[in-house]
Design a protein. Structure first.
Lengths: 108, 115
């Protein structure tokens, strides 16, 4: 069961451009996490957001948790080729579900 | 962060044989472990949730007789793919959590190829 829908599913942009990835659900979550995964490896945690409306920054990455704690966004400023990867949101609780994923390619 | 070790990282097996994948939490006790399957450029699909000492809870559509999960201790869970077929070829990843609503730590994944 995919509780979390991410958009877009695929994204290919030029180096230096900005982008936003969305993670949406009809369910309310106590917390939400964002991961980045490279091919052949496990996901790596980027951030956890727990408070509705919370904004967290990680260098060029800005994460926001929706006020109702049903959705989240990831904004990348001035994307670099090293940002290429699969970005996943995930909801925590009794089970651990991932969003549908966004495959990002940053072209030099 | 905590370390989760998954073994093997790659395995090739013949159709009809069984393959066991191990997931170990090396420096913490994992109350719950999760098993996922992933196809190229797609997200991780939760297969099952296992709690130490109890039967795993399988997601809808996942055959529990085909994907046997054992969580015998707080540091070890195993996934056995029984009577493997080429369509079972995939990337399998485990994760472990220490408690409810806490950070999950992931294994390195296992690339299974059934020939």
């Amino acid at each position: 069961t995919q509780l979390l829908e991410q958009s877009p599913q695929f994204l290919s942009i030029q180096e230096g451009e900005n982008l936003t990835v969305y993670c949406n659900s009809s369910s309310v979550f106590s917390s939400l996490q964002w991961y980045r995964q490279e091919p052949g490896e496990g996901p790596v945690l980027l951030v956890t957001v727990v408070t509705g409306g919370e904004v967290k920054k990680l260098k060029r990455l800005t994460f926001q948790f929706g006020d109702a704690r049903k959705d989240s966004s990831l904004h990348i400023t001035a994307a670099q080729p090293g940002d290429t990867g699969l970005y996943l949101c995930a909801a925590t609780g009794n089970q651990f579900y991932f969003g549908t994923g966004t495959s990002l390619t940053v072209i030099p | 962060g905590a370390v989760v070790s998954q073994h093997p990282s790659r395995v090739i097996c013949k159709s009809g044989t069984s393959v066991k994948i191990e997931c170990r939490s090396l420096d913490f006790q994992a109350t719950t472990m999760f098993w996922y399957r992933q196809f190229p450029k797609q997200s991780l699909m939760l297969m099952a949730t296992s709690n130490e000492g109890s039967k795993a809870t399988y997601e809808q559509g996942v055959e529990k007789d085909k994907f046997l999960i054992n969580h015998a201790s707080l540091t070890l869970s195993t996934l056995t793919v029984t009577s493997a077929h080429p369509e079972d070829s995939s990337f399998y990843i485990c994760s472990a959590v220490q408690g409810y609503d806490t950070e999950a730590f992931f294994g390195q994944g296992t690339r299974l190829t059934v020939v």
